[in-house]
Design a protein around this ligand. Structure first.
Ligand SMILES: [Zn+2]
Length: 97
């Protein structure tokens, strides 16, 4: 099940846990028979490779698992290490001189 990337259009093969992202999808059995049982659900694991994980996410809709474009990450979180402290310094120097 975790042999390749969950993206059908991608053929990256699963090798290392630290690469990409593992999605734990809980599937509920929709049949009435499944509902009567206590364990009417199953957990499946899906893996997206490093490059697909950046743009896709794995969702489960009505028992069907598929990949979907990821909602955009807030800009503030993406540009965390690109903070420019010298902007403040320049302003300070300009105001002082
Ligand atoms: Zn992929």
């Amino acid at each position: 099940m975790l042999s390749k990337c969950a993206n059908p259009a991608c053929f990256a093969r699963f090798r290392y846990l630290r690469q990409g992202k593992i999605f734990k999808i809980e599937r509920h059995t929709s049949s009435s028979e499944g509902r009567r049982k206590a364990g009417g659900r199953s957990i499946e694991h899906f893996w997206l490779c490093e490059s697909c994980e950046k743009v896709l996410t794995v969702i489960c809709e009505k028992g069907v698992v598929s990949t979907q474009p990821r909602p955009p990450v807030p800009a503030a979180r993406v540009k965390r290490d690109e903070d420019e402290p010298d902007l403040g310094l320049a302003f300070h120097a300009g105001a002082g001189a």
